[in-house]
Design a protein around this ligand. Structure first.
Ligand code: COA
Length: 167
């Protein structure tokens, strides 16, 4: 029997959106399994802790046995090697994603050539969605229910209320 082909889907996921879930569902049509890997991006100020982000993703993927949700520190390629992944999965929304993704994929390939980066195109309805925009809209009292899973909408509501409410 052929070996399972696992891909790592890394990101900040602060928080996970329906756009990310769209890439996860598409990724599961290509790979046997996915490891959704929550990274700590030091350049970004997170609203949710890594553990909270992992929990929100777990709830959103609903216990699919082909999906593992984890948190990692350090280099993505080393994590991918440790996990025995054949690929890193990334979603492309618009041309503006390309420069950054091209740089990351090239750097990752120079570090670990045997792991491929595979890009899947996000659904058009998610082209303009990002975690920052979702947080900004929620913080200003806007409705983000069409862009995030229900658990995330609730977590945003609670976190924003803890911080003094929408303004
Ligand atoms: N739907 C909705 N939003 C999406 C999306 C999709 N399909 N795909 C990406 N995004 C958004 C994210 O929400 C995020 O929005 P934000 O900037 O408002 O938070 C943005 O696009 C890009 O985020 P993400 O995909 O999470 O990338 P990132 O820049 O936060 O993280 C890592 C990139 C984690 C993959 C990268 O930093 C990494 O590999 N880190 C590990 C350390 C390492 O190896 N560094 C060397 C890399 S060469």
């Amino acid at each position: 029997m052929s070996k399972e082909r696992i891909a790592i889907y890394p990101g900040s996921f602060d928080p996970v959106t329906l756009g990310h879930l769209d890439i996860i569902h598409r990724g599961l049509e290509v790979f046997d399994g996915l490891v959704i890997a929550v990274a700590t991006n030091v350049a970004k100020k997170a609203m949710f802790t890594a553990d909270e982000r992992v929990e929100l993703i777990q709830e959103a993927v609903g216990g699919d046995p082909r999906v593992v949700v984890d948190h990692f520190d350090g280099l993505l390629v080393e994590y991918a090697r440790d996990r025995g992944a054949v690929a890193v999965l990334r979603g492309l929304r618009a041309v503006s994603d390309f420069d950054f993704e091209f740089q990351m994929a090239s750097m990752n390939r120079s570090l670990l050539p045997e792991v491929q980066t595979v890009f899947l195109m996000a659904g058009e309805e998610h082209f303009y969605v990002s975690s920052s925009l979702v947080k900004e809209v929620a913080q200003l009292g806007g409705d983000v229910a069409h862009h995030v899973p229900p658990g995330v909408a609730e977590a945003l509501r609670i976190r924003i209320a803890e911080r003094g409410g929408a303004r």
